[in-house]
Design a protein around this ligand. Sequence first.
Ligand code: FEO
Length: 163
Amino acid sequence: MLNQTIEKLLNQQIAKELYASNLYLAMSGHFAQANLKGMATWMRIQSAEERGHALRFFDFVIDREGQVEIGAVEQPPTEFGAPVEIFKQALEHERKVTASIHNIYAHAVQEADYATQVFLQWFINEQVEEEATAAEVVERLAMAGDDRAALLMLDAEMKSRAD
Ligand code: FEO
């Protein structure tokens, strides 16, 4: 059985992961419209991964005989800035997700909920990787600066990595 506080936090995390999925899909749409197909594909894959994260939490709540509750998911922005700003936004978002997962972990420790601690370990590792990947793209976009050719090269590279 799930402790009520943990159940609530896990359910909130489902909505947060779904928000991240929608945010990255919105970013993918923006990049596609700007003809930056590599970044559009990268964000689309990222969006699908986030939905996968939401489903992991969903399945875990059910496996623990908890009650799933899908909360309201806020609308993502409709306007975006330059690519470097978009990836900075994605990095900031990942940092918030990391903090949220750490908060659930801290509660799981407090409640001696060992199964949740083990479950969250996958996410704790995943967040290290997600932050590092987003930070790398931010740094490379910052290096490209206003150089359109460098931007297109980076876009092509992101497309092939996604493939
Ligand atoms: Fe589900 Fe990117 O954290």
